[in-house]
Design a protein. Structure first.
Length: 278
């Protein structure tokens, strides 16, 4: 198939004709958006590209123009088969049929020298889980260009003492410098969702903790925001086998007010608290 004759819209129409039924997914149609994502991916100067959830292949089409090996991970049976046929003649284009939350990913994801960039229009219902899979596995990716619903993107970008600031903000900004690339309105999809999406760019940053300490850091952050309307001492009661009174004393000794809440803390504050437990 000649890829130069394809557009995001024609890819979606081709899949619809095959299925002759509602797809039950929101497929990207806007070529400006796909090209924007591809430019962001190329700015990392990758050697490999991994795409999660390509659907009908709109973003895959734009990524092919970069002339790098591409591996896509697609859970849907029909989409995986369709992608395999559409891109059959594309050199170094591979389809992994499986769930991105559990499927074995290519070896190049674990090798920093392979300079892998992750790109994705993530399914709304599992977007954060997919992000955490790559964090938990500590994959040495060169960078990520990901689309989330705007509400989730805002949480990744949020600053302390704002209503959006939380687990995604702290953990995301610990691992990455995060930038908003572009907002994507509903009409850029078929069928159009009821919400706006946002593309954000993740660039790995220098991490203050050793890899062995980072799971404990993530557990601390999750515990700190577990009771968002409560004080930090209330949220952390029981964490590290310390009761509320012990946490009040510890936080006071570290220079925090007894009434401090998690949303007012900087990343450095969470690291300070974690280090006090050694």
């Amino acid at each position: 198939m000649d890829l130069t004759e394809l557009t995001p819209r024609s890819l979606v129409e081709g899949l619809r004709r095959r299925l002759k039924k509602s797809l039950g997914q929101n497929f990207l149609l806007d070529e400006i958006i796909t090209r924007t994502i591809a430019r962001e991916v190329e700015s990392f100067r990758p050697l490999h590209i991994l795409e999660i959830g390509p659907g009908a292949g709109a973003l895959s089409l734009a990524l092919c123009s970069l002339h790098h090996p591409i591996t896509v991970v697609e859970k849907d049976d029909h989409c995986a088969d369709y992608l395999g046929q559409v891109f059959a003649q594309q050199p170094d284009f591979h389809v992994i049929h499986g769930d991105a939350l559990s499927v074995d990913l290519p070896d190049f994801c674990m090798n920093a020298e392979d300079r892998t960039v992750l790109a994705a229009n993530l399914p709304y219902n599992v977007a954060s889980q997919i992000y955490f899979r790559f964090i938990d596995a500590d994959m040495p990716l060169l960078g990520m260009v990901l689309m989330f619903q705007r509400e989730v993107a805002d949480r990744f970008l949020a600053k302390p003492s704002t209503s959006q600031y939380g687990i995604l903000s702290v953990i995301g900004q610990y691992y990455h410098d995060i930038e908003r690339v572009i907002d994507v309105p509903p009409e850029c999809f078929f069928p159009a969702p009821k919400i706006t999406s946002t593309v954000i760019r993740f660039t790995p940053r220098r991490r203050e903790l050793s890899p062995e300490r980072e799971p404990a850091f993530r557990k601390l952050v999750h515990a700190a925001f577990s009771l968002r309307r409560k004080t930090l001492a209330n949220s952390l009661a029981g964490f590290a086998q310390l009761d509320k009174a012990a946490w009040i004393q510890r936080l006071t000794d570290l220079g925090f007010a007894p009434t401090v809440r998690a949303e007012s803390l900087q990343i450095a504050d969470f690291i300070k608290i974690l280090n006090s437990l050694d």
